[in-house]
Design a protein around this ligand. Structure first.
Ligand code: ATP
Ligand code: MG
Length: 622
């Protein structure tokens, strides 16, 4: 039986994802059951699925033979081809719509047929259908708190929010959830906007929760009037203890009028009975869901200077109160948030029910995390504040600025986060999947250059030419560069230590050489290699010989001292990795100075890098 190509690709994706998540081990049963559950969206109903089992098993056993790296590579490859295909389909479909004359029956082409169920196909490409979505009416929002720099976790939320808004011809709102004047800074609003712009996420509306504080006070009063909220001035310790033990405090007995008066005083900053007084929701102190045990709706925050509203307010709403009301007032139809809020869903809906406000649909997805790299402001900000990391754009950080400086392209981040979709799976995706997406994008735009780490001098006898022209890319037309030399070139110590007298090597794009002598240099003019070695070699012409090692080189006459910063994971388990930034030093061909800061390129046999300044690059990935 021949399986449909799209179905085969889906089976492969499921299998490879399974391998990536489970220690390189594909579980055929898992793949079969997931493939079956996807099958109706790809090949339709009416199939004898059981008869496909041998084929699926065969695919799995073929894939299982690949190395982990090859699996990751293939996964990224199939996924990006699928996404491209979908995009092509959409372009085609949109184009057709415009061209088709009114009233004329559109001929069913193969592509039309393939996209005739676009909403369902979303499943196949990652994002599931939005429950209850109406074309043209979907509103999503991305609500960051401006208390730090945006990171790749925010990118996941923002891109998915935007993607859904786009899919349904709806709107995306960027809402700064700025309700803690002690933590928020103008610098962070700007950084978030810059990050979003860089990603290419385009919200139709930008607003701040702090614009709506007066409205939020009004809704609080409404809740008090309906006896769904009360002012509590117990100490924070008592409140905590009571919550744990399901004890209702005496404040719950206060009259509605008294609560209204106390709340008014809190709003005006005149409540004298205690700075820790809070407005609490009347939930259920014995609820099994602890989020419902009379949670805080408003708290007093004094001494702050809010970046947008200054010292105008001292009574601030909590996330639990501001989020549902803002979402509802903004007309949000689908509110996506990370899974740790799941317990708070009942509260979210309960507040809106009691205020007779429209309820958005809450949808959870898993938080993005990487092994060894914290994807959370709570963990990143202290690294900066304690001076362990100096800059927010440090390439070791998963901040958008850090990733940009490292050479990760926004398109790769988009593809990567969409590939994660909105599952609730707890597993940490490998950062290598992001790197494979990036590699595919960098490959056709990166010139190939030579860098020699820990250089060792090689004198070459009979190297008669004075220069050589080298193509900047082996297969694409990216121009050429001329490299000048006399009879000395450098090779890397990593290569030099493997060389023996009598060996023949190929110096890429230059010539073959035979090693005549290896000596210890007497002079102090060390160029980098620890042994201060000198190699003497003979030019052996240009005959192609695939059997000899090919190595890169840099001409002594045409070089600059160069260094590459190589970021490694910040943590090893829970421990901060003290050696998380390696600096490789050596020489690069001087042509590199012609590249602009930020330009991507590849150092042959080293990896993709991005120009950081005149003499430094950052290693992106292999
Ligand atoms: P942090 O720990 O970084 O402060 P947060 O959730 O408090 O995380 P917010 O600025 O409040 O950060 O988040 C804005 C949006 O981004 C929320 O919808 C949140 O769920 C989402 N988000 C934040 N971090 C991640 C992550 N690591 N993975 C996926 N989504 C995230
Ligand atoms: Mg937050």
């Amino acid at each position: 039986m021949i399986l449909d190509e799209k179905f085969v690709n889906t089976i492969k994706l499921i299998a490879l994802k399974n391998a990536i998540e489970f220690d390189n081990n594909i579980k055929p049963d898992v793949v079969i059951s997931r493939a079956f559950s996807f099958s109706k969206f790809i090949i339709g109903d009416n199939h004898d699925l059981k008869s496909y089992i041998p084929e699926i098993k065969a695919i799995v056993s073929e894939l299982q033979k690949l190395s982990v790296d090859d699996k990751k590579e293939l996964y990224a490859d199939i996924l990006s081809r699928k996404n491209d295909y979908l995009r092509e389909n959409e372009k085609y479909r949109n184009g057709k719509r415009h061209q088709a004359p009114e009233g004329k029956i559109k001929q069913k082409t193969e592509i039309d047929a393939a996209i005739s169920k676009p909403k369902e196909q979303l499943l196949e490409f990652g994002l599931p259908i939005l429950d209850g979505a109406v074309e043209g009416n979907v509103i999503t929002r991305f609500p960051p708190e401006p208390n730090g720099y945006p990171h790749i976790g925010h990118a996941k939320a923002a891109v998915i929010d935007e993607e859904y808004a786009k899919k349904y011809n709806g709107k995306l709102i960027l809402r700064y959830d700025d309700t803690n004047p002690l933590k928020e800074k103008l610098e962070y609003y700007d950084a978030i906007k810059e990050g979003i712009d860089w990603l290419g996420v385009k919200p139709q509306i930008i607003k701040n929760t702090s614009d709506d504080i007066e409205k939020l006070y009004d809704y609080a009063k409404k809740l008090i009037r309906k006896n769904f909220a009360y002012v509590c001035d117990c100490s924070p310790e008592t409140i905590k203890k009571n919550r744990i033990n399901s004890i209702v405090c005496d404040c719950t007995l206060n009259s509605i009028d008294k609560n209204l008066r106390s709340f008014e005083l809190m709003v005006n900053g005149n409540y004298s009975k205690g700075a820790s007084a809070i407005l609490r929701y009347r939930g259920n102190m014995s609820s099994l869901n602890t989020a419902m045990r009379d949670p805080t709706l408003f708290r007093i925050i004094k001494g702050g200077n809010h970046p947008k509203v200054g010292s105008k307010y001292t009574l601030w709403p909590t996330y639990d109160f501001a989020a549902p009301i803002e979402d509802s007032l903004d007309g949000v139809t689908h509110a996506l948030r990370t899974k740790e809020y799941e317990l708070r869903n009942d509260l979210y809906y309960s507040i809106l029910d009691n205020l007779d406000l429209p309820k958005p649909k809450l949808i959870e997805f898993s938080r993005l995390e990487f092994e060894g790299i914290p994807v959370s402001k709570r963990k990143i900000t202290p690294l900066i504040e304690q001076g362990i990391i100096k800059r927010w754009d440090d390439p070791r950080l998963p901040t958008l600025m850090g990733l940009r400086r490292r050479g990760i392209l926004p398109e790769a981040i988009r593809k990567f986060v969409l590939s994660l979709s909105i599952t609730l799976s707890e597993t940490k995706p490998s950062i290598e999947i992001l790197e494979s997406f990036n590699r595919k994008l960098l490959d056709p735009i990166s010139p190939r250059l030579f860098f020699v780490k820990d250089p060792v001098r090689v004198f070459i006898k009979y190297l008669d030419a004075e220069s050589v022209e080298i193509k900047n890319h082996p297969t694409l037309d990216m121009g050429k560069r001329r490299v000048h030399f006399e009879n000395i070139i450098y090779i890397s110590n990593d290569d030099a230590i493997r060389i023996k007298i009598g060996d023949t090597l190929r110096l890429m794009d230059l010539c073959n050489i035979e090693i005549l002598r290896i000596e210890q240099s007497g002079d102090d003019d060390k160029v980098g290699n620890p042994d201060n070695k000198i190699i003497y070699a003979l030019n052996k012409g240009n005959e192609v010989n695939h059997k000899i090692p090919k190595i890169q080189w840099v001409s002594e006459k045409d070089q600059i001292q160069y260094k590459i910063l190589r970021p490694l994971p910040l943590y090893s388990g829970d421990k901060y990795n003290e050696n998380n930034l390696v600096i490789d030093t050596g020489v690069a061909e001087s042509f590199i100075s012609k590249l602009q800061t930020g330009a991507p390129f590849q150092f042959v046999r080293y990896g993709f890098c991005r120009i950081d300044d005149q003499t430094t690059a950052i290693f992106t990935h292999r």
